[in-house]
Design a protein around this ligand. Sequence first.
Ligand code: AMP
Length: 285
Amino acid sequence: MTRAIHIVRTVQDLRPRIAAWRQAGETVALVPTMGAIHAGHLSLVTLAKDKADRVVTSLFVNPLQFGPREDFHAYPRDEARDSAALAAAGSDLLYAPDAGEMYPPGFSTKVNVGDLTEDLCGAARPNHFDGVATVVAKLLLQCAPDKAIFGEKDYQQLLIIRRLVRDLNIPVEIIGAPIVREDDGLALSSRNAYLSPDERKIAPLLSQTIHDVAVDLAGGRGADDAVVAARFKLEAAGFRVDYVAVRDPETLKPLYGPVKRARVLAAVHLGKTRLIDNVPVPLAG
Ligand code: AMP
């Protein structure tokens, strides 16, 4: 039988539990999520268990990171299902604050990480990364973990959080985790639930296309040329392309011509669903 997971909803209840583990000499890893837990999230919990003695998972659908016309209200929420899955994966504690706990009346601080947040997803989603940086800074200060795990699925977000932690001297180690995919290559995402059966059939073309870009780049094809071809292929298949980009893997600066090390990143719309994905160059494995 799966053991129940303990749920706390306030910073006041969270801190003494973490302090007790610390006093017992145990290390703590935090896995921030917005719920709608899938195998990608659970892989982060597994990695966290490997890296620390105790795992805290946070579940908070952060209103600050959604634009006015985005899916904040429609975002899938099922705490009972999520908490059972997290317990089964071995998370020790679920921190599930409500919006009033995270942003009490009068809350006015925003965290802005600068240049890294303005490009790629930041260009299409103004203020999104300020919302992410603000809530992640708060979660790290509320939990004070030794380590925090973030997926490479949100590659730009991972780099922004690394920069945030470095710039503000937050004493935590940020660990990136590889992307978990369906058998057909589609990166797992809570938003995949929005896809119609027909869209779901087309969706894997996103990962296939950026994978092909990575193979072409490794074979010496110029970045600009590869990006144009990828965009054309995706549009022909029915995607609305936000961006396909070849970037420096640390700075996200644009790369042109032949490249040795890079990250291929893409964001597309399929019907009403926005999908993102990325792969390294050279490809791993
Ligand atoms: P979210 O609940 O979408 O905010 O995601 C919470 C964490 O899970 C983030 O660090 C994501 O990057 C990570 N994540 C989401 N999807 C995947 C995936 N398919 N593989 C690995 N990590 C993921």
